[in-house]
Design a protein around this ligand. Structure first.
Ligand SMILES: C[S@@+](CC[C@H](N)C(=O)[O-])C[C@H]1O[C@@H](n2cnc3c(N)ncnc32)[C@H](O)[C@@H]1O
Length: 350
C-alpha cells in the first residue's frame, strides 16, 4: 500500500490542479471571520473589508469575509465526489464593533452556504475547549442583565454532497477501513472534549497565526468518513495537520494554503520521521486490547476474531479491520509518498 501527500501554494478559490469529483473527504478549518487575528488575512483578499472594519460596519465586513470563504466552498463542491463529505471546523466570533459587544455566527453562515449549494446538512459536533482564563466572564459581573456567556466551544460542521456514497467495487476496502466499536461510541457523540495542543511552528508570529487544530480532530474525521485509497483535501491547510493525519490513517491527501510560509512548514512536517505518526495507530491498538480485557468472560465469548490481528472485536463489522503502520516515507515534490507494512503483525503492540 502506498499513499501520496502534497501541498500547493494557492488561493483555494481556484484549485485547478485538482480534478473534478476526485476528493472523497474535505477536512478543514478556515480563517475565522471577525476574529481579529484573521483580519489581515481577509483584508489582503478583499480591500473593502478594512474600511468597513474601521468605520464600524461589522455586519458588512462579516459578509465580505464570508464571501471569500464562499468562493472556496464552491470550488470544494467542484472537486468533491457525489456522496463525499465536507467537515468544517469553525468557531463563532465575539467582538465589540462601534462600542457594541456582539456575536458573529460563523457556523450558521457556513451552514447556510452549504444548504444553498444543495448539500445535506448532517448533525454536527461541538468541540468543547474549556478556558482556564481567570477573566473569562465578561460584562457586568453579578449585576443583571449585562453579562455575557463565555464561549468555550467550536463546531465541526458536517455536510454531504447529495445522497449517501455508494460502495460497490470498493466494498472490501470499506470493510478493511472499519474502526473499533468502542471508538464509534466516542467519535459519533456530539460533544468532543479535546484539548488544544501547542504547535511547534518555528517563529512565534507563525505559531500565533497558525491556529492549528489538534491532530485528534482530523484523525477522527478521516477514519469516520473515508476509506483506504481515498484522497482527503484541506483547502486551508495551515501547518498541515490534516495531511499528517491522512498519512497516519493510510489515506492520500492534498493541502492548499495561500501563505508560502505555511506550505513550507507543512512540507517539512510531512518529511519528518513517520514513527511519530505510527504511535497514534499503535496507541489505538493498545487501547482496543485494554478494552477487550475489561469485558467479562461471557461478553468475550460473544465477540469475534479479527482476521488480521490476534485480538477479539465486538462486532462482525470489525473482523476485517486493518490499521496501517508506515514503513517508510519518501520525499516527493511538495510532499511525500508513504509505504505501509503489508502485514498487520508488524506492530510490536499486538
Ligand atoms: C485556521 S488556519 C488552518 C490551520 C490548520 N487546520 C492547521 O492545523 O494548521 C487557516 C489557514 O487558511 C489559510 N488561508 C486563508 N485564506 C486562504 C485562501 N483563500 N486559500 C487558501 N488558504 C487560505 C491561512 O493562510 C491559514 O493557514
Amino acid at each position: 500500500m502506498r499513499t501520496e501527500h502534497r501541498v500547493i501554494n494557492a488561493n483555494a478559490s481556484d484549485m485547478s490542479e485538482i480534478k473534478n469529483e476526485s476528493i472523497a473527504l474535505v477536512v478543514t478549518s478556515p480563517p475565522y471571520p471577525m476574529i481579529e487575528m484573521w483580519d489581515d488575512c481577509f483584508c489582503g483578499q478583499d480591500a473593502r473589508i478594512i474600511g468597513d472594519l474601521q468605520n464600524g460596519k461589522g455586519t458588512i465586513a462579516f459578509e465580505w469575509m464570508h464571501q471569500i470563504l464562499d468562493r472556496v466552498w464552491h470550488e470544494v463542491d467542484r472537486v468533491v465526489i457525489p456522496g463525499g463529505i465536507v467537515c468544517v471546523n469553525i468557531g463563532d466570533a465575539t467582538r465589540t464593533v462601534n462600542g457594541v459587544f456582539q456575536m458573529f455566527s460563523n457556523h450558521s453562515r457556513i451552514i447556510s452556504t452549504f444548504h444553498n449549494m444543495g448539500y445535506c446538512v448532517l448533525p454536527d459536533v461541538i468541540w468543547r475547549k474549556p478556558s482556564n482564563s481567570p477573566n473569562k466572564f465578561m460584562g457586568s459581573g453579578m449585576y443583571p442583565a449585562g453579562a455575557y456567556v463565555t464561549y468555550e466551544h467550536e463546531y465541526i460542521l458536517i455536510f454531504r454532497k447529495g445522497d449517501k456514497r455508494a460502495f460497490t467495487s470498493d466494498k472490501k476496502m470499506r470493510q478493511r477501513s472499519a474502526y473499533f466499536w468502542e471508538e464509534r461510541n466516542i467519535w459519533f457523540s456530539d460533544l468532543w472534549d479535546i484539548k488544544g495542543i501547542r504547535q511547534k511552528v518555528d517563529k512565534k508570529t507563525d505559531r500565533a497565526r497558525s491556529a492549528a487544530f489538534p491532530f485528534e480532530i482530523p484523525y477522527r474525521l478521516i477514519n469516520m468518513y473515508s476509506i483506504f485509497g481515498d484522497t482527503v483535501l484541506d483547502p486551508f491547510a495551515g501547518t498541515g495537520t490534516t495531511m499528517l493525519a491522512a498519512m497516519a490513517a493510510g489515506r492520500n491527501s492534498i493541502g492548499i494554503d495561500i501563505e508560502p510560509t505555511f506550505v513550507n512548514y507543512s512540507i517539512s512536517a510531512m518529511q519528518k520521521d513517520p514513527q511519530v505518526l505510527n504511535r497514534y495507530t499503535e496507541t489505538r491498538l493498545q487501547a482496543h486490547q485494554r478494552f477487550i480485557e475489561t469485558l467479562s468472560q461471557a461478553q468475550q465469548e460473544k465477540c469475534y476474531q479479527n482476521e488480521n490481528y490476534p485480538f477479539l472485536v465486538k462486532t462482525r463489522q470489525e473482523v476485517k479491520a486493518f490499521f496501517p503502520i508506515i514503513s517508510e516515507s519518501e520525499p516527493a515534490e511538495n510532499g511525500v509518498y508513504c509505504r505501509y507494512h503489508p502485514s498487520a503483525m508488524r506492530s510490536a503492540s499486538v
